[in-house]
Design a protein around this ligand. Structure first.
Ligand code: UTP
Length: 289
């Protein structure tokens, strides 16, 4: 079934990035010259998804503003004859149809997704986390939509991570059923060191059936009072198959300081305007082989 709508949860507090995120949402911090969430919006648009439901929270109005038209700025650029910049600014507001829903309190990823229920309706939908950046020739969510065409149930993006990092992720136990596709038997959220069932980590891209909403309604909050998506997925897996898809691309956790800097370096080195200058600069930092 064709996926037409995407939910982008962006209502978290971004505590790993304080104090930068006290007022500025982490999703708006730039990777070179574009906010993280714009890369994600571009991924959605180039996969042919028509409507995005943005889940926002406190101090997140600026995310909506970023994707809205800015008449004042456009007039200014017109007056200054900066047609090049005008085009860039106008393209952002025309990218996709955006609807935003406010999550009044950040009660977890599961709760954030539940906030989109009324707008999503009755078809399978995509979820892309607002701080998870994936650099890929074919957009990650597009790769997943292709695989999902012949499936029912849910599809999760997965990636092999170093064994010593499995405690930072949701980890699946699965059986390989096709090239890059695993049938998920078990999911463990942030397993204790040495107790992970594999090194296949769940990454911030999902295609979910609408049944997940009924399930999330019933999921009990965890110790921190949050409704976890993984708990919902575990219950969903008792009713429908869940698959993991090992996507092709490089992933950066832009909500984490190190991941954010890595993304900036990687995108910076490929940037037509600054790439070669950045490379030269980096080489001066490490002059000896
Ligand atoms: P994270 O756990 O990375 O976001 O959630 P966070 O809570 O903002 O981060 P830290 O740990 O405090 O630094 C993954 C995604 O889910 C969204 C976040 O905005 C992020 O894009 N999210 C999380 C919500 O929309 N609502 C929530 O209640 C929690």
């Amino acid at each position: 079934m064709k996926v037409k709508k995407a939910v982008i949860p962006a209502a978290g507090f971004g505590t790993r990035f304080l104090p930068a995120t006290k007022v500025v949402p982490k999703e708006l911090l730039p990777i070179v010259d574009k906010p993280t969430i714009q890369y994600i919006m571009e991924e959605v648009a180039s996969a042919g998804i028509e409507e995005v439901i943005l889940i926002t929270g406190r101090e997140k109005g600026s995310i909506e503003d970023h994707f809205d038209t800015s008449t004042e700025l456009e007039n200014h650029l017109r007056k200054k004859k900066r047609e090049d910049l005008l085009k860039i600014v106008q393209e952002i507001s025309g990218m996709v149809t955006l609807v935003s829903v406010r999550q009044k309190e950040p009660l977890g990823l599961g709760h954030a997704i539940l906030c989109a229920r009324k707008i999503v309706g009755k078809d399978p939908f995509a979820v892309l986390l607002g701080d998870d950046l994936i650099d890929a020739k074919i957009p990650c969510i597009g790769q997943m939509m292709e695989v999902y065409q012949n499936m029912e149930g849910a599809l999760l993006a997965i990636q092999k991570v170093p064994r010593q990092e499995t405690h930072l992720y949701g980890i699946i136990k699965g059986k390989k059923v096709m090239d890059r596709v695993y049938s998920v038997e078990e999911m463990v959220e942030k397993p204790e060191k040495g107790k992970a069932p594999s090194n296949l980590a769940i990454i911030g891209r999902y295609i979910l059936p609408p049944r997940i909403f009924d399930i999330l309604e019933r999921v009990k909050p965890d110790k921190r009072g949050e409704i976890q998506l993984t708990d919902g997925l575990r219950a969903l897996n008792r009713e429908v198959p869940i698959y993991g898809y090992e996507f092709i691309g490089d992933r950066y956790d832009a909500g984490d300081k190190l991941g954010y800097l890595q993304a900036n370096l990687s995108f910076g080195l490929k940037h037509p305007e600054i790439g070669s200058k950045l490379k030269k600069y980096l080489m001066t930092l490490f002059p000896y082989p």
